[in-house]
Design a binder for this molecule. Structure first.
Ligand code: ZN
Length: 264
């Protein structure tokens, strides 16, 4: 039986964060004051304030800037996730922009929750890009208060649900071949597999088993990790069409295999 994080566990997690919302205790008070202002602005005016946080440099002399606040948050949530991606559980790399902060309810569609503590997790660049603006749940976009864990229904929520109770994965690597597969055990786990993880696995299985493709993908990945999300729009468009083309190829292979099995 899987249960989402209880109210008491949520409170503990929030208290831990509030106790050290910045890398240093000296900067904590200023960080919390600034975050509270942003939080209220997003909530009241229904504004996506994420870019405003990213650009914040006003109190640079105090050491509190948008990037430093995000970096401390990334480290806090990254630790909770065991330094693995919140969706695919691959290790999070430390280079450049390899640890994007993921908005579980997309910030463009749910601007009020653009800096909500519970709406943020850390994903790998692959999952962040593949999920992008996808809205998996049926949460009312006009609501003011962040939904409770139980309101997400079959939607897997990386901050409220415990990964191991919902999804298991197997990664096998030999001298010649690498293979990864995901399995959803609950409606939330199965939803996550269908929405994202089967695609992540199919791509990884394809790329890692064709040496020339693996090399090209590593180059693309490195480029992606050296630039902030949204900084290279043309590259992101290219990556999106490449992903879509690969997905069409994988879907066709799966359909061919199914029809072949049907004929046997
Ligand atoms: Zn991932």
């Amino acid at each position: 039986m899987s249960a989402p994080l209880s109210k008491a566990e949520q409170q503990r997690q929030r208290d831990d964060y509030l106790a050290l919302a910045h890398e240093t205790a000296t900067h904590n008070a200023a960080t919390l004051t600034y975050l509270h202002t942003l939080y209220v602005k997003a909530r009241r005016q229904k504004i996506n304030v994420w870019q405003e946080l990213s650009d914040y440099r006003k109190a640079e002399n105090t050491g509190v800037t948008g990037p430093s606040i995000k970096s401390a948050f990334r480290s806090f949530v990254g630790d909770l996730q065991g330094n693995r991606c919140c969706y695919c559980r691959r290790w999070l790399m430390s280079s450049g922009h390899a640890k994007p902060i993921e908005h579980i309810l997309p910030k463009e569609k749910y601007p009020r929750f653009s800096v909500d503590f519970w709406n943020l997790a850390v994903a790998c660049t692959d999952c962040n890009l593949l999920k992008k603006d996808a809205d998996w749940g049926s949460i009312d976009k006009a609501r003011r208060r962040y939904p409770d864990a139980t309101e997400f229904g079959d939607f897997y929520h990386p901050r409220f649900h415990r990964y191991n109770e919902h999804v298991s994965y197997r990664r096998t690597e030999s001298n010649d071949i690498c293979s990864v597969s995901y399995n959803g055990h609950t409606p939330q786990g199965q939803h996550l597999c269908h929405q994202l993880l089967y695609r992540v696995a199919a791509r990884e299985n394809l790329y890692s088993n064709i040496p020339s493709m693996a090399k090209a993908m590593t180059t693309l990945q490195q480029f992606q990790e050296n630039h902030a999300p949204g900084e290279r729009k043309a590259f992101e468009r290219f990556r999106k069409s490449l992903d879509a083309a690969v997905q069409r190829r994988l879907d066709k292979s799966a359909a061919d295999a199914a029809s072949l099995n049907g004929k046997r």
